[in-house]
Design a protein around this ligand. Structure first.
Ligand code: ZN
Length: 324
């Protein structure tokens, strides 16, 4: 019998949460919001001894509801931290460097009280897109370095934002069966994608690096995070801080691939090294689109509507092809 070791066994993972206020143009479903999701996540992290989770939130949604920022007090009181993720969540691909950095600074002004409490100053690129040209990446990195920021890369993700949009449809339709299917499939997909991406990173780099996993602050993530963390821990994942993960040069230096595509660092390492990554993104996303259908509310339509909304606030031309 083949005694291959599961890539999840002994895998060191720092967990991070993005976009606890969701995004302008994609509000929370009725009856749900940043407070309830954040509470569920704090509880899940405590249950599984996940230490010092950094939240990277674009702050534009709080322009209309500044009271939502108070969730960050509870977040920090529970031992977690806050980083910078730009104000409007526009991809660096679609902006010039100066406009992008203005948006970084705008979020810094809003988040300063919480950023100052964090042991590290981390920045996460919107959509993990860190520059479609090496020159842009270097200019932004220079500004980040001069303002004391380190870029926190995402090395593991499982497309939970796409599940979140389907879940919002299921909630709107009160389709309990669809909600349960999406919850179960998200847990399964999270484990499967983590395993595939960790294996690809190990084979591209020649060793298994420390990882930084992303989950979004959405309703479906709040409903499933406890199960996801439990399953990963059962399979041998060890939860570490972002600071520990950033001591791995694979994360501090970043992947050598420049691309405008929506790719996490493990995907970039794999592509650079010629390592195949099957089913990433997973085929299940096609089924997710078929669940609880509502006209005009497919993933592409919702994301397209949101980016059009952002373009009214910061002029740019979205390039939907970047997501494929
Ligand atoms: Zn984000």
């Amino acid at each position: 019998m083949n005694q291959t070791v599961d890539p999840l066994h002994g895998l060191r993972v720092a967990v991070t949460v993005d976009d606890q206020f969701q995004w302008t143009g994609i509000p929370f479903p009725e009856g749900h919001g940043p407070k309830s999701v954040s509470r569920a996540m704090i509880e899940a992290f405590a249950n599984h001894n996940v230490p010092e989770v950094y939240a990277f939130n674009s702050t534009a949604p709080t322009d209309e509801s500044p009271g939502d920022l108070s969730i960050l007090d509870d977040w920090c009181a529970a031992g977690h931290h806050v980083g910078n993720h730009t104000h409007q969540h526009v991809s660096l691909n679609w902006l010039d460097v100066e406009t992008y950095l203005g948006d970084v600074d705008k979020s810094e002004e809003i988040l300063r009280p919480w950023l100052e409490k964090a042991p590290s100053r981390y920045f996460r690129y919107a959509f993990a897109m860190d520059g479609d040209t090496l020159d842009k990446t270097r200019q932004v990195q220079t500004h980040l370095t001069r303002t004391g920021y380190l870029s926190s890369p995402v090395t593991l993700w499982f497309y939970d934002a796409q599940f979140a949009v389907a879940y919002q449809r299921a909630l709107a339709l009160s389709d309990r069966e669809a909600q349960k299917w999406l919850e179960d499939e998200l847990v399964r997909t999270a484990v499967d994608q983590t395993r595939r991406q960790a294996a690809a990173a190990a084979s591209a780099i020649g060793r298994s690096p420390a990882h930084i996993l992303l989950i979004h602050g959405t309703t479906v993530a709040g409903a499933t995070l406890d199960r996801i963390l439990a399953e990963l821990a059962n399979l041998g994942v060890e939860y570490i801080t972002s600071e520990e993960a950033m001591r791995d040069p694979a994360n501090a230096i970043g992947s050598p691939l420049t691309t405008r595509k929506f790719r996490n660092a493990s995907q970039k390492w794999a592509e650079f090294a010629g390592v195949a990554l099957d089913d990433v993104p997973p085929a299940i996303l096609d089924d997710v689109e078929e669940v609880a259908k509502i006209d005009g509310q497919s993933w592409n339509e919702v994301l397209g509507g949101a980016t059009a909304e952002w373009a009214k606030r910061i002029p740019f031309t979205p390039v939907p092809a970047d997501f494929h």
